[in-house]
Design a protein around this ligand. Structure first.
Ligand code: 93A
Length: 527
């Protein structure tokens, strides 16, 4: 019961390839209907065509604003074949089996210098998308073509199928159709979203480079003074599909306006501190933790996190996983210059203390429960990389001891702490830790051995004893040099994914130094 295409409606702004397509449809015995400009082009080229207005008996009105918005058009497209025949007959509606539409050139119009709001508004296509959606909705029986590149494919399929298209093709073209109208409305929303109307006249002025919503999923929270650098414009958007306490959901209680880098660093700090149970503190500088610690209470956690690297902590971002109390707030204020403090809650007493430092940005993000499964996006020039958020985390039961020496219970606890921190350090990541406190962090180096060396240097410079500390590496060691560097620094126990072709050599190195080593089987690259 595959019906051949007998009637087609062609209405295109971009007329590329339409003559050849119309000619081929005509050659297959398809009756053609068309709107003003398209109809004229076909007629001028001796292709038989009927104007939509002649077919509907209704003229195009209002300078073309209403030309195809007619029951004889939409009834002809939307009619359920085998169900609606009587209604069609009663209303003199003939079936329209194929629709080819491309829309008023909104993007090109608004890109032109000096384009007014009125120009833009006139270029919002209404009838076109309506036909596109009608036809795509009824894809079971109708064929929608919105891209000139599909003309050849449709003709070839009709020639091979006695004048019909396959359901597979019609469904594929329907997806393309909805993509087309979604992108089109997205463009309009983005354009309108950057405008404020001036009520005195028809003009409106460009208020901001960044629209109110982005891809309909992200809603602008605030414009930022600038981006990563002062010559870059920037804005901050909230993901409406995520309902998890985050830097985006946080309320700013006081302080200067957040900068682009503040927000990025606060996110790093908060997401890292979320990994821990019991009082914990993370201090971040330039997207990397420079101090992470657990404590009997927040004050102790902060104190120890600060001790890892007081030099880097200066001007840092501090995140807590519990309500910020007065003592901890006082310790921060007394001790250091801080850009941002974030906690799930901030006590009134802590607020009063931090109020003394009017510039400090104080954020309350609320309690987090479960983590949302979301996507991570990374922009590359000309494209977008999309992946799952890194939600992976191994437990003690999942790790495998590979060395001769067994880690002690204390070391195992430190290994897990250290591993959690390493997940939030830029690769190559090496973290030294002891007693639930980072001792040294080596971040973002191009070779793993240098990250290991830097972690050791940092610890030594701050006078922290590495002896009996543990080390975490976000990915496997390609060579034994990283193990040797760690041993030289005084590391006694290592956690790493394993999986190198030289694992045997690496394990032998650990055994040689009398170190314990465990494999997680899971890697945490972070770039
Ligand atoms: O102004 S519209 O929104 N009103 C309509 O009823 C309508 N029907 C088709 N624009 C409408 N169109 C659009 O006209 C099509 O999407 C196509 O882009 C254009 C083709 O016009 P012409 O054939 O006169 O060049």
């Amino acid at each position: 019961n595959v019906r051949p295409i007998r009637r087609a409606l062609l209405s295109v702004s971009d007329k590329t390839g339409i003559l050849e397509f119309a000619q081929a449809l005509h050659a297959q015995g398809v009756e053609l209907l068309s709107t003003g400009g398209t109809a004229k082009l076909l007629a001028d080229n001796n292709i038989p065509v009927m104007e939509v207005s002649d077919y509907t008996g209704h003229p195009e009105i209002m300078d073309g604003r209403v030309k195809t918005l007619h029951p004889k058009i939409h009834g002809g497209i939307l009619a359920r074949r085998g169900i609606d025949e009587i209604v069609m007959e009663q209303n003199a509606i003939k079936p329209i089996d194929l629709v080819t539409v491309n829309l008023y050139p909104f993007a090109e119009t608004v890109a032109k210098p000096g384009c007014t709001l009125a120009d833009a508004v006139e270029n919002i296509d209404i009838g076109g998308p309506t036909m596109v959606r009608s036809t795509a909705k009824n894809h079971k029986d109708t064929t929608i073509v919105v891209n000139a590149k599909d003309y050849g494919r449709v003709i070839a399929e009709m020639q091979a199928n006695n004048g019909s298209t396959t359901l597979e093709t019609r469904f594929d073209l329907a997806i393309a159709a909805f993509e087309h109208t979604a992108a089109y409305d997205g463009m309009i929303a983005n354009y309108f979203g950057t405008m404020v109307p001036a009520h005195s006249n028809d003009e409106c002025h460009d208020d901001s480079t960044f629209p109110r919503t982005f891809n309909s999923q992200f809603v602008k929270k605030q414009d930022l003074r600038y981006g990563e650098n002062s010559h870059q414009k920037a804005a901050f958007y909230v993901d409406t599909q995520i309902d998890e306490a985050s830097v985006a959901s946080a309320i700013q209680l006081q302080g200067k306006a957040l900068s682009y880098n503040n927000i990025a660093d606060t996110d790093s700090a908060l997401e890292c501190v979320k990994e821990f149970e019991g009082p914990a503190c993370v201090i971040v500088k330039h997207a990397n933790p420079c101090g992470v610690a657990l404590g009997a209470n927040l004050l102790e956690a902060y104190d120890r996190a600060f001790k890892t690297d007081p030099t880097s902590a200066f001007g840092g971002i501090i995140a807590f996983n519990q309500e910020l109390d007065a003592q901890t707030a006082q310790a921060i204020v007394d001790r250091q210059f801080v850009e941002v403090i974030i906690a799930p809650k901030v006590s009134q007493a802590a607020r009063d203390i931090i109020a003394a430092k009017a510039n400090v940005r104080l954020l309350e993000c609320g309690e987090w429960n479960t983590k949302t499964t979301t996507l991570d996006y990374k922009r590359v020039n000309g494209g977008l990389l999309i992946q799952d958020r890194d939600q992976g985390m191994v437990n003690l039961e999942d790790v495998k001891v590979v060395s001769k020496r067994q880690p002690t219970a204390e070391q195992l606890k430190d290994l897990m702490f250290c591993w959690k921190v390493a997940k939030f350090v830029k690769s190559n990541a090496i973290v030294y830790a002891k007693d639930g406190m980072t001792i040294g962090v080596g971040a973002g180096q191009m070779s793993r051995v240098y990250s290991a060396k830097i972690a050791g240097i940092k610890a030594a410079d701050e006078g922290l004893v590495v002896e009996n500390s543990v080390m975490a590496s976000d990915a496997f060691f390609p060579f034994r040099d990283g193990i040797d560097a760690a041993a030289a620094a005084g590391i006694s126990c290592i956690i790493q994914p394993g999986g190198s072709i030289r694992d045997e050599e690496i394990i032998a190195a650990a055994d040689e130094h009398g170190m314990a080593m465990v494999f997680t089987g899971m890697r945490h690259f972070r770039h």
